[in-house]
Design a protein around this ligand. Sequence first.
Ligand SMILES: *[C@@H]1O[C@H](CO)[C@@H](O)[C@H](O)[C@H]1NC(C)=O
Ligand SMILES: *[C@@H]1O[C@H](CO)[C@@H](O)[C@H](O)[C@H]1NC(C)=O
Ligand SMILES: *[C@@H]1O[C@H](CO)[C@@H](O)[C@H](O)[C@H]1NC(C)=O
Length: 371
Amino acid sequence: MEITRSEQLFTNSSDSGDSVKKGEAGEQDQEVWKLVLTVIGIILGVLILMYLIRKFIQGGQYMKKNRIDGKVVIITGCNTGIGKETAKELAKRGGKIYMACRDPKRCEEARLEIIDKTKNTNIFNRTLDLSSLESVRKFAAKFKEEESRLDILINNAGIMACPKGLTKDGFELQIGVNHMGHFLLTNLLLDRLKESAPSRIVVLSSHAYMTGKINKADLNSEKSYNKVAAYSQSKLANILFTRYLSKKLEGTGVVVNCCHPGVVKTELGRHIVSGVWKNITSPLMSCFFKTAKSGAQTSIKLAIDPDMEKVSGNYYSDCIKFPTLNRTKDDSTAEWLWKVSEEWTGLAPKTEKSTIEIDISSEGKVVEKTK
Ligand SMILES: *[C@@H]1O[C@H](CO)[C@@H](O)[C@H](O)[C@H]1NC(C)=O
Ligand SMILES: *[C@@H]1O[C@H](CO)[C@@H](O)[C@H](O)[C@H]1NC(C)=O
Ligand SMILES: *[C@@H]1O[C@H](CO)[C@@H](O)[C@H](O)[C@H]1NC(C)=O
């Protein structure tokens, strides 16, 4: 039988009460120390674990230091979140940044903050409301008037799982903003991108596409609306658009890729958690979700990594290429969506085949006409 030091102390000491007390005190001290050390150990362990989880959750980071001095960049929806972090990073690296945002006041606040932090004064505020085709056309026309080149277009803006709503042109909000608005914007800017080749387009999608389906019978969610399904559909549309466009752009020097930014704590989730839940989940989100800065890393890589200059039509997450489900490779659906999008956005005349014609009556109600 092993004899521990305390037992030895105890047995060696005579039967004098004093040393018995000392022995007991010593044993108690040791117990306390053991407890303290255990607690410290557990706390350290938890902290290290949390650090590792957090590092893991933050995901791949873009580590190259390359600059993009003089390159002209448009980023949509960049007054907050991932878009703002992307704008800030590209500004730091010398880009000339056009911030295309819906709210002029918040855009200007973000612009001043970016100028202050990066000391790059080549940052401009522009109004772009992706829920209005007229606004998209105005933005593109003004931009083309003032800039003869465009090196990087980042389709960053997005809305997620919002209550049913319609864009100015009568499109369901999520397919309208996430896909149709950007579809028109990209097409209107393609000539500038081609003239400035090698140039790039970055499309923000999401893993949510995995549950997405392009509902050919009801693309505009008029028969039924499910906010999550409509979001997933719009994110699948982003990938189909990217792949189809990359094929159209073969040989032009313009590449287009899309990405999943990660589960990021941004305002995007504003329609999902609110009220008390927000106050409860907010601290948790801070620990387990990516920061906006980490969420911007994949967009930044796709936009400026020299190794990505000739890569097109792929999907990325955490700065690495990700395989995608078969539904993203359905060329006939991609072509169908492209044609419908051309018609809806007015880039092509409506054909006999198009199932719905969107028309807004004076009350702003959508009238569906089947041809
Ligand atoms: C946009 O930026 C310009 C400077 O480039 C500034 O004069 C203007 O006030 C800004 N717009 C808004 C709405 O703040
Ligand atoms: C949530 O917290 C904010 C302050 O951070 C407080 O103003 C608000 O009343 C809280 N909301 C609820 C529903 O508890
Ligand atoms: C995906 O498509 C490939 C090739 O068309 C096929 O071999 C494979 O079985 C499909 N996978 C699934 C899960 O349907």
